[in-house]
Design a binder for this molecule. Structure first.
Ligand code: ADP
Length: 497
């Protein structure tokens, strides 16, 4: 059984989608299109214009014209009101957007409706408020080589300019919101490239943003492939900043491409986050918590709790509890109301994740639950729990980006602090204990951008998010993100009185 699609969703996917440049829908200069598949079946869902370097050029020109023109002439309050309206329109179209997201990405409709869509709406409203609160400082000067001189010195916080934003496929609309909200609140213009696997909700968002009153050219949306459209954006001399969310591997390519004109770079990259369960914990809280930490969004979260550490005396109980939950998860199409976990996003991801499952077996790890592809059709993988690993195994070191957790026992706080940090990543971590001193002592020692205590996967537009080490540069959300989208100008006047 599946839900009936809204008429607007049927129409949207039936119409070949174009690029959104300068407020208009246009074909790709090459005339090329690509298909976005339905991950539950592998069949083509919709056809989309495929942007390449020439379209990137056009979009950069449109973004520059909007930056120099209408967008910078609006007051901060007018800018904020448009951004707030985008949030409200997302809420108004929540059912439709949730269906598009579920179809294109594979996630259960109920999850998209309860999490992705309202979080995106809230993000825009939170950022709308910042538009009127960007401030500089006045600064007292004491220039040692100008005795007696008086100055009036202050700072202005200004937009960086034309920003390229390249986003992944795991939370397509929400990642667009995380990127667009702060860029717009601070007065930048944008070229957004959604992931080739999931372009639909970003294209629908372009319509919504126009309806909210965003001037032409302020946001341009270019669906296309990473190696072509994405690489052209990251390298373009007319782009002042590139913001990227995706794999650490591609993040390094973005940094290299950005070096040409030394554009500013912010990165939200991969993770291999430790989720740590102490033996004083209430298992009724920690076991579902640990399962949610890895299985939410099919493990396709950069911050997934993919390394589960359990204190020795509780190890068997917690691992068996998580394995029991894994075995009971109902897999199916995201549009089936009974589905608890949908397919992975693509055939490529299916091959990648099952490749890791094979490597774990070959390396001698033990699969306690799952471990295989599910069914013949679509890109489904069984929720999987692996034990008996060693630190050098690929399943322990590398980001799998699927519903696969490796579990190991630990004994002391010192030992677990070291193990938690024994990774090149530093995005997130979870700690489960009743002992607040222990929790905060360990939180301080973990080298990661987010530490959740007795919870996991809690996101809020006000809570900064980002990575230590190879998990990224800069922070998204909170007021911290404003740093990533503004330049500070110091203005100094000598007072000749
Ligand atoms: P994943 O491996 O999870 O698909 P990627 O890091 O490959 O994640 O992709 C995230 C985003 O980066 C997507 O929008 C993709 O098109 C884009 N991308 C991939 N390769 C490049 C590249 N060489 N330059 C710029 N963007 C890229």
């Amino acid at each position: 059984m599946t839900v009936t699609l809204e008429k607007s969703v049927e129409d949207f996917i039936a119409t070949p989608r174009q690029l959104f440049i300068g407020g208009r829908w246009v074909h790709a200069a090459s005339g090329k299109t690509f298909a976005t598949p339905n991950p539950a079946t592998g069949e083509t869902l919709a056809n989309i214009a495929e942007a390449d370097a020439e379209d990137v050029d056009r979009a950069v020109r449109a973004a520059r014209a909007a930056f120099d023109g209408p967008w910078s002439r609006l007051t901060a309050s007018e800018r904020g009101r448009i951004i707030w309206r985008i949030g409200d329109l997302i809420d108004e179209h929540a059912d439709e957007l949730a269906q598009l997201e579920s179809l294109d990405n594979g996630k259960p409709l109920a999850v998209a409706r309860a999490a992705d869509i309202p979080l995106a709406a809230e993000l825009f409203r939170y950022m709308a408020g910042w538009a009127t609160k960007l401030e500089g400082n006045t600064i007292a000067l004491s220039v040692p080589y100008m005795p007696g001189a008086e100055f009036h010195a202050y700072t202005l916080r200004e937009p960086i300019g034309v920003v390229a934003q390249i986003i992944p496929w795991n939370f397509p609309l929400l990642m667009a919101a995380w990127k667009l909200g702060p860029a717009l609140a601070t007065g930048n213009t944008v070229i957004l490239k959604p992931a080739e696997q999931t372009p639909l909700s970003a294209l629908r968002l372009a319509e919504i943003m126009a309806e909210a009153g965003l001037p032409d050219g302020v946001v341009n949306v270019l669906p296309g492939y990473g190696e072509t459209a994405g690489a052209a954006l990251a390298a373009h001399d007319g782009v002042d900043k590139v913001a990227f969310t995706g794999s650490t591997e591609v993040g390094k390519l973005i940094v290299q491409a950005a070096a040409g004109n030394l554009k500013k770079v912010s990165l939200e990259l991969g993770g291999k986050s430790p989720n740590i369960v102490f033996d004083d914990v209430d298992p009724a809280l920690a076991i579902p918590g640990a399962a949610n930490a890895i299985f939410f969004n099919h493990g396709q979260c950069c911050v997934a709790g993919s390394r589960l550490f359990v204190q020795e005396s509780r190890f068997d109980e917690v691992v068996e509890g998580v394995a029991t939950i894994a075995r009971g998860i109902k897999l199916g199409s995201g549009l089936d109301p009974d589905t608890q976990m949908g397919p992975l996003v693509s055939d490529e991801q299916l091959r990648r994740v099952t490749g890791f499952l094979d490597s774990g077996r070959t390396d001698g790890a033990r699969t306690v639950a799952g471990g295989n592809r599910h069914g013949e059709r679509g890109y489904f993988v069984e929720p999987t729990v692996i034990t008996d690993t060693s630190p050098d195994m690929a399943v322990v070191r590398e980001e799998i980006f699927g519903p696969v957790v490796v579990a190991s026992p630990f004994s002391t706080l010192d030992e677990i602090a070291d193990q938690a940090n024994a990774t090149t990543f530093g995005l997130g971590a979870g700690i489960w204990t009743r002992d607040v001193s222990k929790a905060h002592a360990l939180a301080k020692r973990i080298r990661a951008g987010t530490v959740w205590i007795n919870c996991y996967n809690v996101f809020d537009a006000a809570l900064p998010f980002g990575g230590y080490k190879q998990s990224g540069w800069g922070r998204e959300m909170g007021h911290e993100v404003l740093e990533a989208y503004t330049e500070v100008k110091a203005i100094c006047t000598q007072l000749h009185i």
